[in-house]
Design a protein around this ligand. Structure first.
Ligand code: ATP
Ligand code: MG
Ligand code: MG
Length: 340
């Protein structure tokens, strides 16, 4: 489910293992469907289409966490990996933070905002500066507003689904924990790269990460493992963290393969895409070890993917282009990995 680049890369890994993928997505043109055996173009709310799709699949997975959960009643729970609970929690920033806090993890200080009047209370409770985020549907920093003064709250409308106000975390570095959990409950982790964001969009992931990240990875992994166990999770799961002087602070989680794991295609013995497919198909997991002391992944945003020859001028560069027709500003068009 989901027709974007993550689905495309999962489908390519599945094809290598001899599987055929069938994509379900609402948009007419899907870059995942282009590399797959079949395509259902239908709404997320179309239960008849969902049911027929699932009947023709041995296993249903998702590359997109904003799939509405209620219509998924049309798909048997045991056909889905990961399951519906992971989707339901990870698509709502409030539920996600409560879930992590209940497991003993530490999210940034936050307050829910349900009404315009509630905005000032939230700021009073959490303090400034902070970030106002939509609870649902945000990605690549969309649906977020940085707040430095109360006047910046003027005119803010609370959308359906509500907002959350988070205190601004002063971090040394950002990193993510990416794990894969098999049907038997066994878990493997990839190394944690440093993630560098620009304008709310991931720009680069680099290994090795700074020392502070290395010191905090174990604690973050323990939390990620507990989250995966609590969800009876099958597949690849990513948790984003801020490395701070006070320890790792949880940012958000993604119940899917993750952009900060794209380096694993060439930088790890087994990529996140291949291990996701292995996990959901009940196959043994591959080794997640990093193959070199240095690995980097750079996202190609908007026009950055235009000059292919110069991107490949470095013979170590591996270019991954997603086949998107229009290079709109802020749009992820591809990425380049370098190993060694
Ligand atoms: P994506 O799903 O594409 O990772 P998103 O739209 O869900 O992005 P977040 O991960 O919440 O957005 O935020 C994007 C980036 O903004 C973070 O990686 C971080 O750099 C910064 N950011 C978000 N929340 C905070 C915070 N509370 N304190 C400091 N920086 C933050
Ligand atoms: Mg997100
Ligand atoms: Mg994020």
């Amino acid at each position: 489910m989901g027709g974007g680049q993550l689905g495309r890369m999962i489908a390519m890994a599945a094809a290598q293992l001899g599987y055929r993928c069938h994509i379900y997505a609402p948009e007419k043109h899907s870059i995942a469907a282009e590399v797959s055996a079949g395509f259902t173009c239908a709404s997320w709310l179309d239960q008849a289409a969902l049911s027929e799709f699932a009947q023709n699949c041995a296993v249903v997975t998702y590359e997109f966490e904003n799939v509405p959960v209620a219509p998924l009643a049309a798909i048997p729970e045991d056909r889905m990996a990961p399951g519906k609970l992971a989707l339901e929690i990870a698509q709502d920033r409030l539920k996600e933070k409560q879930f992590i806090a209940d497991l003993g993890g530490r999210p940034a200080p936050y307050a829910r905002v349900d009404t315009e009047e509630g905005l000032r209370d939230a700021v009073e409770q959490v303090g400034m500066p902070g970030i106002l985020k939509t609870r649902r549907d945000g990605y690549d920093g969309k649906g977020q507003w940085r707040i430095h003064s109360l006047s910046e709250m003027d005119g803010v409308r609370v959308p359906q689904g509500g907002l959350i106000y988070e205190g601004f975390v002063r971090f040394e570095a950002e990193f993510s924990v990416i794990l894969v959990r098999a049907r038997d409950g066994s878990v493997k982790f990839w190394d944690s790269a440093q993630n560098i964001h620009k304008n709310g969009i991931l720009a680069e992931s680099r290994l090795p990460a700074p020392k502070l990240v290395g010191e905090q990875v174990e604690e973050a992994r323990e939390l990620a493992r507990q989250a995966a166990d609590a969800l009876n999770y099958v597949g690849v799961l990513a948790l984003e963290f801020f490395a701070t002087a006070e320890g790792p602070v949880f940012n958000e989680m993604a119940p899917r393969v993750h952009n900060s794991g794209h380096w694993t295609s060439e930088g790890a013995v087994t990529s996140q895409f291949e291990n996701h497919v292995r996990a959901i198909c009940g196959l043994p997991l591959g080794d997640t070890s990093t193959v070199s002391t240095r690995v980097e992944m750079r996202n190609l945003i908007g026009g950055e993917a235009a000059d292919i020859a110069s991107l490949l001028a470095d013979p170590r560069a591996h270019l991954h282009l997603y086949g998107k027709a229009e290079a709109r500003e802020g749009r992820k068009m591809g990425h380049v990995t370098k190993v060694g």
